[in-house]
Design a protein around this ligand. Structure first.
Ligand code: COA
Length: 378
């Protein structure tokens, strides 16, 4: 007999462990990384400094940051065989290529079998530095262009844009990319971090866990929304059509992409810092249309605020990537590049007090059926 048990579908509201990585207060729209407000980091930090904070638990001194930065820069190149793997799968979605290439990197990582915290940190720094090289190399290879080797001195964000377009980015473009990496770096027990933790819980290595994270991030209910938002903006075409478009989506039972969140019941605090960036970038590029269209979508969704449905981080990100000249199908990969430190940190936390993550499913199917040999089945 099956005992009566409560089922928490989607693990909604379930705490499964403790963390010192980040804290989300969904009722007031607050996010902190290691004790620091996301707004302070978005406005004053850099991706490198925030990655250090997340991975090592404290803000670095200048000397510590320089050493970390040097380690990241030195780790940017990827082996030749990974370029070959990228060439072989170049027609796939960029997230599939990233997942495959990260998995392939495990073949030669010197620490692959070492799950100590020190080795996992080294691997996490390497993967954080190597992932942009993969995404940029794939972008160029599939466009028939030679990959651009990583630059030895540009910042993490500058180097990514440089490897994509083979030219040093404008400072304001690089700054926005940098802010985007900060805002995407860590977000608690989101689906991809949970997947990474489930892998780590079995004592699988970091490459396995990050591969699981990338696979899980791909879905449109998680990382895929920025791409969907940009497609929506293109479909809307003119700001005056936004209201009607939103009404049509909602009346036909659809969801407006870039709205809603499992944890936030108010505005996602990360969206705030991208909204201003999107507006400024549109003005700088002489292309303010996308910001205006999305602002009108946000206006049209006002009535949904009463139900706790506000913009999330993906809403403005898509338009920013578009204005930076990045094609839509690369958007989720950019989210993934920002999230590698977060996955690494979650895996390190899991290892440091490891337990197999193995919940239960309540069986509701038939019982006591009689097995009938195949030749006797009708
Ligand atoms: N547009 C319109 N309605 C929405 C909505 C949206 N973007 N997001 C949620 N809702 C509605 C649902 O239709 C549902 O209504 P109902 O109770 O009448 O059925 C209610 O809000 C709760 O939705 P639910 O899917 O149960 O919430 P969740 O916590 O499981 O989902 C998301 C969270 C993010 C998956 C969901 O908000 C969504 O699909 N958003 C669009 C995709 C997106 O932007 N993802 C990026 C997340 S960072």
């Amino acid at each position: 007999m099956v005992t009566e048990v409560a089922v928490n579908r989607g693990l909604r509201g379930v705490y499964f462990d403790t963390t010192t990585a980040s804290m989300i207060d969904g009722d007031v729209g607050r996010l902190i990384y290691r004790g620091y407000e996301i707004g302070d980091l978005a406005l004053h930090s850099t991706a490198e400094e925030t990655f250090y904070l997340l991975l090592k638990g404290k803000l670095p001194t200048r000397a510590e940051l320089d050493a970390f930065d040097a380690e990241m820069k030195q780790s940017r190149p990827i082996p030749d065989y990974v370029y070959q793997v990228i060439r072989l799968v170049q027609k796939a979605h960029p997230m599939d290529v990233l997942r495959t290439a990260v998995s392939a990197l495990a073949a030669t990582d010197p620490d692959v079998d070492d799950n100590s915290l020190e080795a996992t940190l080294r691997k996490g720094i390497r993967l954080t530095a190597q992932a942009p090289t993969i995404v940029a190399a794939h972008y160029r290879i599939r466009n028939g262009l030679p990959p651009v080797p990583p630059h030895p001195s540009l910042s993490h964000a500058e180097n990514f844009l440089y490897m994509l377009f083979n030219q040093k980015p404008a400072p304001e473009d690089a700054k926005l990319m940098d802010t985007d990496f900060i805002l995407h770096a860590e977000h608690g027990a989101n689906a991809s971090a949970f997947a990474a933790r489930v892998a780590a819980g079995t004592a699988a290595d970091l490459h396995a866990a990050v591969t699981a994270g990338i696979a899980t991030l791909k879905g449109p209910m998680h990382g895929g929304a920025a791409e969907a938002v940009m497609k929506m903006a293109v479909d809307i075409g003119e700001e005056d059509h936004a209201q009607e478009y939103v009404r049509h989506v909602l009346e036909s039972g659809g969801r407006v992409m870039g709205f809603g969140h499992r944890v936030y019941r108010v505005e996602d605090p990360r969206a705030r810092y991208l909204r201003d960036g999107c507006r400024r970038l549109g003005e700088q590029k002489g292309d303010p249309k996308w910001f205006r269209i999305l602002s009108r979508v946000e206006d049209a969704m006002q009535p949904y605020r009463a139900r706790g449905i506000y913009v999330n981080v993906d809403f403005w990100a898509g338009a920013i990537y578009h204005l930076l000249g990045i094609p839509e199908d690369l958007f989720i990969s950019i989210f993934a590049l920002g999230r590698v430190p977060g996955w690494t940190l979650q895996v390190m936390e899991q290892y440091s007090n490891n337990i197999l993550i193995r919940p239960l499913l309540k069986y509701v199917g038939p019982m006591n059926l009689k097995y009938i040999p195949i030749e006797l089945r009708g």
